[in-house]
Design a protein around this ligand. Sequence first.
Ligand code: FNR
Length: 383
Amino acid sequence: MPVITCIDDLKAIYRRRVPRMFYDYAESGSYTEGTFRENCTDFQRIKLRQRVAVDMTGRTTESTMIGQKVAMPVALAPVGMTGMQCADGEIKAARAAKAFGVPFTLSTMSICSIEDVAEAVQAPFWFQLYVMRDQEFLEAIIERARRANCSALVLTLDLQILGQRHKDLKNGLSAPPRLTLPVLLDLATKWRWGIEMLRTKRRFFGNIVGHAKGVGDPSSLIAWTAEQFDPQLDWGKIARIRDLWGGKLILKGINDPEDARMAADFGADAIIVSNHGGRQLDGAVSSIRMLPEIVKAVGDRVEIHLDSGIRSGQDVLKALAMGAHATHIGRAFIYGLGAMGEAGVTRALEVIQKELDITMALCGERDVKALGRHNLLIPPDFL
Ligand code: FNR
């Protein structure tokens, strides 16, 4: 077992184990990947204030997310095709999150279905919904999430049209992968992944295949999703989904103070300040840099969460100190999952919690809920 001390260690193993096509799918952003990169580098520009001679005993990372107690304010973000990073990946990640005491969010575009995860994990999780044009499908999937006891609906608003990622087109991304010569050559060194995949009995894209009209197998899925993402999504449609769902609603993909204000007026339970990990609008400002403006616009009228670019406990601390109530991680847990399955997700969460705890102590704080701008030196262009 290699010694894993940081998220980058998991990423290095992940890169060796998982087919290039799925590594690239996760490790990419749209077009120039400028926003994808800045999401991380902007965290580095925020500096921490070191404090000494402060009692550091009795520290806690515990907090709440939409009223739910959490071991630390870090949820697992919805990641499409998580089950291609590792066989039954969604189930493994959900199990790790449950044991650790943080929320897991299942993507609409997951490999394992809502029912697979509910049955295997036996605990409530969050379900992420993309707004599709097919009303029958939309109503049915909301009903399935309710029956599976999902405790929040995370409605993604920043994908009415798909941002282009060059690598996915060049690699011919598909699940299952088409066995072309380059794919076969790549699989020759990643045979462990292949054997695990062959062993799993799951139906790919279980939320959609067999449930949406005209999608009998995964090969018809890409065309279906391209035409199904609803370009007419507006606040009226969001209200209709809220009424259909009737439970806790989190709006994901807000990266502008005006949209945040509208979400707060709308009465969402939380918003996720996010640019989809740099996968949608290339050239968008990093979400951490947008956060102060959004906090100023909505205050505590809505619970503010943040994702995009978090790779460490220090990043989590900076987001919290800048005014986020909680955070979500995407790639940071995918690296762990691809590297070591369920144990890798657990390790990613342990690494982040330990970094958060130590950094908090060295900043002279004992409670994540007490972090604030007094802990930071923020570059002037962060507003
Ligand atoms: C995503 N994300 C995403 N979001 C969503 O609402 N539904 C989805 O199906 C997906 N799928 C997806 C796939 C992959 C491979 C990635 C990397 C991301 C976005 C995700 O929820 C989150 O916003 C970002 O991952 C956050 O950025 P970091 O933590 O990855 O930098």
